[in-house]
Design a protein around this ligand. Sequence first.
Ligand code: ATR
Length: 279
Amino acid sequence: MTDLYAVLGHPISHSKSPQIHTLFAGQTGEDLLYRAVLVPLDGFADEVSKLIRQQGMTGMNVTVPFKEEAFQLAQQRTPRAERAGAVNTLKVLSNGTLLADNTDGAGLIRDITVNQGVSLKGKQVLVLGAGGAVRGILQPLLEQQPAAVVIANRTVSKAEALAADFADLGRISGCGFAEATPPDGSAFDVIINGTSASLAGELPPLTSSVIGPETVCYDMMYGKGLTVFNRWAREHGAARVIDGLGMLVEQAAEAFELWRGVRPDTAPVMAELRGERRR
Ligand code: ATR
């Protein structure tokens, strides 16, 4: 029997998840259908229950603005989901209850370390933003054992609170954008933009001294051309700029593996999406 999956969000029409999971299914020979569901802003729990009971849905991805609600709804959560406080993946267990996972951070780290070949061990890492997206990546990031992680945010208190929440996992601190300097005073090795500023075409007000000739910049956003942040990073001499398309495909692969027990090959799917973007 064909298993059913969906991504739930509001808005949802822009989502690439149906395409990505359909490509994974074709590649691995898994018998599944995956679609996008637009969920009313006040109807997440009802929709999930309806999809499971009336349509026999076996797994779901969850996107903005329902990731926290999905976390609350699930009866079981993976340790990384517990830390993230928000989830992008739900698996319907055989007894009908929900297991929640957050695969965003693992997807980001896999894209940086495996696909891009950038090691994070011993590195000075600057993370921009202190919202849900950043909370979701901190545990997998700290597991890579960077020398230090600095979280810079417009609202400084949120950066400080987030750093305090993860201080048991490594050397991590919070500050405002103007105070973002690596502990040894040089440029950062890696800068990850996790603010939603790019969505509004805005830039976090950073000093360009955070970037040096060896700095790798990663924007968790992606778009048709260079993101605003990556354009700024390139103009200020970053060694490399990378956008979040790889993270998107890797978080999907991680969810696919949780559901199906098979790890898809992400490279051809990324090539397909990048090719479409150029067309
Ligand atoms: P998400 O789920 O995408 O993380 P969020 O929890 O609303 O969304 O967090 C958005 C993040 O982007 C926050 O860090 C926010 O800064 P504040 O905590 O100060 O609100 C940041 N952000 C949004 N717009 C921004 C802008 N124009 N400049 C700088 N930071 C911005």
